[in-house]
Design a protein around this ligand. Structure first.
Ligand code: TYM
Length: 335
């Protein structure tokens, strides 16, 4: 699968719950486009979920669901390495070495860490502090240059680059610099339906459309999206929450539909009820086939086991090659 491809890609999704449109448009859409032309490693980040102490009974169904959702969105486990983070033991070794190059001050300044401290002051564990180091280990282990992620992961990618550069500088060139990737455009942030924050697996559930939501749930959530009485004069500047609805429409609706509502807005004749009904139907049409495919795959344990074994084999082969180099340049070879 190597040489004729454009370069190495690595990315991951935590198995903390159901995937949503943010995960799809921020990350998975790029995975699917990249799988034809790049050498791809995509992973379920199950170890990262342990930083927030999930119920361990949830691990297996959650990992199975994320794998099934990735495949239902179009990832082909034969074309890419689709694997589970905890199956690649080399990750732990690289994480350990990178920890010696990561400083407490920079880790404490990470936005996601500060958010978690605010949300769960009773569980500020060392794994949470070093979360970006584990993520860097995932990426660097596969010597990836391209990391398709949403906007919320930008800071983690900057930290991964810093760790890679520090390692290369201190011990010797092993790692390419990894960059966040989104096909020629800015990174994506899919907003929540309530006009504030972003779609998220754990917060903001009523403002998030999950790939597992049934048609009625999608319609209900979309119809509740925040709007107002509409503009009273033509070409009024758009409030954020209305711009968000247009942003969501751009993800799932046809260009002529969007143009019509934009025109209605500019003419101050827009009817938000109609617009939301249209958005809801377009979201239903987008989500339903993915949901149905996921259901067919999710409980096929024999198939999912094969996927995980095949993925682990590919990921561990390249990880073992990286770790050989890492140990060598670090001087950890005594005979
Ligand atoms: P996670 O599981 O929070 O999210 C998975 C992917 O979905 C993207 N995403 C979004 N994009 C746009 N709009 C949103 N509302 C939105 N919500 C989520 C995220 O940016 C991400 O691309 N730390 C990572 C998992 C990880 C990883 C890695 C990623 C572990 N190791 C190595 C890349 C490379 C995370 O928690 O993603």
């Amino acid at each position: 699968m190597e040489n004729r491809k454009k370069g190495r890609v690595m990315s991951g999704i935590r198995s903390t719950g159901f995937l949503h449109l943010g995960n799809y448009f921020g990350a998975i859409r790029n995975y699917v486009r990249m799988q034809e032309e790049y050498d791809c490693f995509f992973m379920v980040a199950d170890i990262h979920t342990l930083t927030t102490h999930p119920d361990t009974k949830e691990l297996k169904p959650n990992v199975h669901r994320v794998l099934a959702e990735n495949i239902a969105c179009g990832l082909d486990p034969e074309k890419v390495a689709l694997y589970c983070q905890s199956h690649v033991f080399e990750t732990a070794e690289l994480y350990l070495y990178l920890n010696m190059l990561a400083y407490k001050g920079e880790l404490e300044k990470t936005t996601t860490f500060k958010d978690k401290v605010r949300q769960h002051p009773e569980n500020v564990n060392a794994g949470l502090l070093t979360y970006p180091v584990l993520m860097a280990a995932d990426i660097l282990l596969q010597r990836a240059s391209y990391v398709p992620v949403g906007k919320d992961q930008e800071q983690h990618l900057e930290m991964s680059r810093n760790f890679a550069n520090r390692f290369n500088h201190r011990y010797g060139e092993v790692f390419p610099e990894p960059y966040a990737f989104n096909f020629g455009e800015d990174l994506v942030k899919v907003p929540g339906l309530d006009g504030s924050g972003k779609m998220s697996k754990s917060e903001n559930q009523n403002a998030t459309i999950f790939l597992a939501d049934d048609d009625e749930t999608i319609r209900k959530k979309v119809m509740k999206a925040k709007t107002d009485a509409g503009p009273t004069t033509p070409n009024t500047p758009m409030p954020d929450y209305i711009a968000n609805i247009f942003g969501l429409m751009k993800l799932v609706s046809a260009p002529e539909v969007i143009a019509r509502y934009e025109n209605d807005y500019n003419q101050a004749v827009i009817r938000y009820g109609d617009m939301k009904k249209q958005l809801a139907e377009d979201m239903v049409n987008f989500v339903a086939p993915i949901r149905e495919k996921t259901e067919a795959i999710r409980n096929d344990e024999v198939y999912l086991r094969r996927v995980m074994e095949l993925g682990a084999e590919k990921a561990r082969k390249s990880a073992a090659e990286t770790m050989e180099k890492v140990r060598e340049v670090m001087g950890l070879k005594y005979y």
